[in-house]
Design a binder for this molecule. Structure first.
Ligand code: NG6
Ligand code: CA
Length: 509
């Protein structure tokens, strides 16, 4: 080896990002649904214990400032999946269960990136990114679908558990469907003769508080109408175990020596909160606490399985949530009354649907046994960055123009750089995070957050110093005009033409 070559090799080794060249570990992203920053006991919650999630935090990277792209599901998942800010796509709003595929098959995705790197890929569990095009015939193969945007295998809850169709869709086909009992879905009109929450309230085993007045399935009132497909209807009580079985089954099919990428979408603790019987009444905070226990159980079972298969050390596990917590999200399940004993926000302001921190600051852990030693950091990181970061780890290029930043060094604990700034979305509104500051632009519209602590009309750019006051109670804009001016200019540059200061917040239902 000549001297010059040697020195280049030495300098490569010195760069932390390339510390493990040519390595292709398995990657699992576990994404919970509406799990709050304050729901995980590793961050300090003392009421509902999450030992398995805590294990990831205590033996891997624990991020105290990890964000989703949005304070609701569809846009948040869009950001993770495509590495693009969801507000660049006008259709990235909470989707009904019969919405067409939101991500175009021509778009780059994290699934495609891993596929190109030679990975087997799967998406299992909650999806909420639409499927098919036009009016979907649920009795036929649905196309295009998750398999067309980078996933070899898909087993999906089309939207949410509170929305029809209440069936799993496996590689574009409704699973367990009896052709003699076809399934029909409609979001506008009820089916003649089919019960609804309004026509047959005696069928309800769970009461709605707002929305959720359409089809009644398994005693639960839903959003949207559905008819037929009886043999395909899922069972909420076994849903966690059923989806986990698909996860294990998928891992078993991956040929030896081939790495895999798994997007594992947990449905908890989103409404309707129906835990497996073994968790019923096991928390001190009612159904919401019970399904947080179930969330934690899923993580424990997943880890156990990796150990059983002998692949724990060759697998990176990311655990996060698609958006912040909510108590009453449309069912009268008692969650609203539990705030005094458990704060799912962990002291942050806002929650699901909100531009304040609890809307998008979510649990965020990176576990890689034997490779990532435990660390805690308050570096700003986002789910949107997983795409570019993992691309760099496995040696893949990403197209120019993505909003995903390569922060693999931070994710693996080699540095604390994270990203400098971030635009977050909530219910059609945008806000800006830069270092320790949060900037909330002017807005005129209703106050919609369930806690009532969302800002309604704001006639100026409001500024909060998260380092001084994580609870964001004091707007410091008036005493910091220079800083507001600087951050406003940065924000407007980041969002380009996408920000319309007069924008009205969309109705949430
Ligand atoms: C809202 C629903 C809420 C939930 C949410 C989506 C009503 C009143 N509210 O429209 O229950 O389903 O959509 O949640 O229907 S998310 O986490 O998937 O974004
Ligand atoms: Ca969600």
């Amino acid at each position: 080896m000549n001297k010059k070559k040697f020195s280049i090799a030495a300098s490569l080794v010195a760069v932390p990002l390339l510390a493990f060249p040519a390595e292709k570990p398995n990657v699992i992203i576990i994404i919970a649904d509406d799990l709050g920053w304050g729901d995980v006991s590793a961050y300090g919650n003392a009421t509902v214990s999450t030992p398995n999630i805590d294990y990831l935090a205590q033996h891997g990277g624990c991020f105290t400032n990890g964000h989703s792209s949005s304070a609701t599901s569809t846009p948040s998942r869009y950001g993770l999946m495509t590495g693009m800010y969801p507000w660049r796509n006008d259709d990235a709003k909470i989707l009904p269960g019969d919405a067409p595929l939101l991500v175009s098959p021509s778009q780059f995705t994290i699934g495609k990136m891993f596929g190109h790197a030679g990975y087997s890929t799967a998406a299992i569990g909650k999806w909420h990114l639409g499927m098919g095009e036009g009016k979907i015939d649920w009795n036929k193969e649905i196309t295009p679908r998750g398999n067309d945007i980078g996933f070899d295998y898909t087993y999906l809850i089309a939207a949410t558990v509170d929305r029809v169709p209440t069936v799993y869709v496996e590689n574009g086909r409704v699973a367990n469907l009896d052709p003699n009992d076809p399934i029909y879905v409609d979001y506008e009109h009820p089916f003649k003769g089919e019960p609804t929450a309004l026509s047959n309230p005696e069928l309800l085993e769970m009461r709605w508080s707002h929305g959720h007045q359409n089809a009644v399935i398994n005693g639960i009132p839903r959003i949207g109408y559905m008819k037929g497909g009886k043999s395909a209807i899922w069972n909420e009580r076994t849903m966690a175990a059923d989806i986990l079985a698909k996860v294990k089954g998928y891992i078993d099919t991956v040929p030896a020596g081939k790495p895999f990428f798994l997007y594992y979408g947990l449905h908890e603790p989103h409404v309707p909160r129906v835990p497996a019987w073994e968790f019923e009444g096991k928390s001190s905070t009612g159904p919401r606490g019970d399904v947080v226990l179930e969330t934690d159980w899923c993580v424990g079972e997943m880890l156990k399985y990796l150990r059983e298969k002998g692949i724990e050390e060759n697998t990176i596990v990311i655990f996060t949530s698609d958006n912040g917590p909510v108590l009453d999200d449309g069912y009268a399940d008692g969650a609203r009354g539990t705030r005094s004993i458990h704060d799912p926000n962990g002291g942050l302001r806002g929650g699901k649907y909100s531009l304040f921190e609890a809307g998008t600051r979510v649990p965020f852990f990176v576990y890689w046994k034997g490779r990532v030693a435990h660390f805690t950091t308050d570096a700003l990181v986002s789910q949107q960055d997983l795409l570019a970061s993992f691309a760099s780890l496995v040696g893949e290029d990403v197209p120019a123009g993505l909003d995903s930043e390569n922060i693999i060094g931070t994710l693996l604990g080699n540095d604390e750089k994270g990203r400098k700034s971030y635009v977050v979305e909530a219910s059609g509104r945008l806000a800006y995070r830069s270092g320790r500051y949060a900037l909330i632009p002017p807005y005129s519209g209703p106050v919609t957050n369930e806690t009532g602590n969302e800002l309604g009309t704001v006639d100026h750019y409001a500024l909060f110093d998260l380092a001084a006051e994580p609870a964001q109670l004091t707007d410091i804009s008036a005493s910091n005009p220079g800083l507001v001016k600087k951050l406003k200019a940065e924000f407007l540059e980041a969002v380009g033409g996408h920000y319309n200061p007069g924008q009205k917040q969309e109705a949430l239902q």
